[in-house]
Design a protein around this ligand. Structure first.
Ligand code: HEM
Length: 321
């Protein structure tokens, strides 16, 4: 039993030791992996753990949850899924903009500004957002890099690259947690469901420029239904991402292989949802919704943008004139 716990601890600690994996191509198996090799950790997920690829699993250990192992086993599948969901979404939305065009302000810019976000909101949004983007990029390098990049890199360059990716990934977890916590706690009351949300979805947000959808501007309060969906996905999957990430960083917290494997599954699923949705969010803010980006740069928005996209919120604002 003691031996098993030692093995589990050293194995799970290896999740964040990807540079070691790179060294396989350069030098013999690193010392700390030797015991794992000797007892051939049965039914484990070598590809994701940074261990040498094994084409077949040995007979499974009874105490290891087979469902978790089978879920994690196709490492190339996970790598492809996460890579395609992130980059594929850029492609899909580029196509959407090409066919549909942007959501222009029908009245143009009025030049009058309305307060929307405070300096604190902007600060913590960007702390969380920049950390999140770096986590996505380095996370993709960690899961998919060995299939997509390593074969085209020299061993030494790969070691440096993956080592930096792991270090950045671990470091960025902290600003991400801070940004997530502040955004979720501070903004939750602005993102509660409202009666108009269903109508917003029915009109597809008013972003389609053809057919009966053209020119529709569905009702919305401070946040529209699409933003609320993003916010609550961010809150829920961000929590799963953080909880599972903490377990992966400090595996002794769970001390069982099942716990670590479950954490890894939750981490990958959250990465899939947040990665794809982040791309949608960035597209909406920067490309699709004309006038949207200035909200998170200056904290203010144009009056016509507020009227078109958040009419119910705008109506309730105290009028300056
Ligand atoms: C280049 C990347 C990003 C840009 C340009 C961007 C831009 C924006 C803008 C303009 C808003 C305000 C929308 C409004 O006032 O209605 C916003 C809100 C928000 N952002 Fe970002 N963002 C980026 C990345 C991220 C990331 C990575 C996260 C997650 C960590 C995030 C989380 C949020 C949340 C939760 C909101 C509030 C809900 C909403 O209004 O959509 N953002 N962002």
């Amino acid at each position: 039993m003691k031996r098993l716990i030692t093995v589990i601890t050293s194995l799970t600690a290896g999740i964040y030791s990807l540079p070691l994996l790179a060294s396989e191509t350069l030098m013999p198996q690193p010392q700390q992996w030797q015991p794992i090799q000797e007892i051939a950790v049965q039914g484990d997920i070598p590809e994701l753990r940074g261990m040498p690829l094994q084409p077949e699993f040995p007979a499974p250990l009874a105490q290891v949850n087979q469902g978790y192992l089978e879920t994690l086993a196709p490492a190339t599948w996970w790598a492809d899924l996460l890579t395609y969901s992130f980059f594929g979404m850029f492609f899909v939305l580029a196509l959407f903009v090409l066919i549909n065009g942007k959501a222009k302000l029908t009245q143009g810019f009025s030049g009058h500004k309305v307060n929307r976000w405070s300096g604190m909101d902007i600060l913590f949004h960007w702390i969380g957002a920049i950390a999140c983007l770096l986590l996505i990029v380095t996370g993709l390098a960690m899961i998919a890099g060995r299939f997509w990049l390593e074969p085209n890199m020299g061993a030494e360059r790969w070691i440096g690259f993956i080592g930096s990716s792991v270090a950045i990934h671990n470091l960025m977890a902290f600003p991400f947690i801070l940004g997530w916590l502040v955004m979720v706690v501070k903004w939750a009351n602005k993102q509660l469901p409202e009666a108009c949300d269903l109508g917003w979805f029915k009109a597809l947000g008013g972003y389609l420029n053809f057919g009966s959808f053209k020119g529709k501007h569905p009702d919305a309060g401070f946040a529209n239904a699409g933003e609320k969906l993003w916010f609550w996905c961010f809150a829920l999957f961000g929590a799963l991402m953080i909880g599972s990430g903490v377990v992966l960083m400090f595996p002794s917290l769970v001390a069982t292989k099942d716990g670590a494997n479950l954490a890894l599954i939750l981490h990958l699923v959250s990465a899939f949802v947040l990665g794809a949705f982040t791309v949608v969010h960035i597209y909406m803010a920067t490309v699709i919704s004309e006038g949207g980006m200035e909200c998170m740069l200056t904290g203010k928005c144009d009056e016509n943008w507020a009227k078109q996209h958040h009419n119910l919120w705008f109506q309730k604002l105290p009028k300056s004139k």
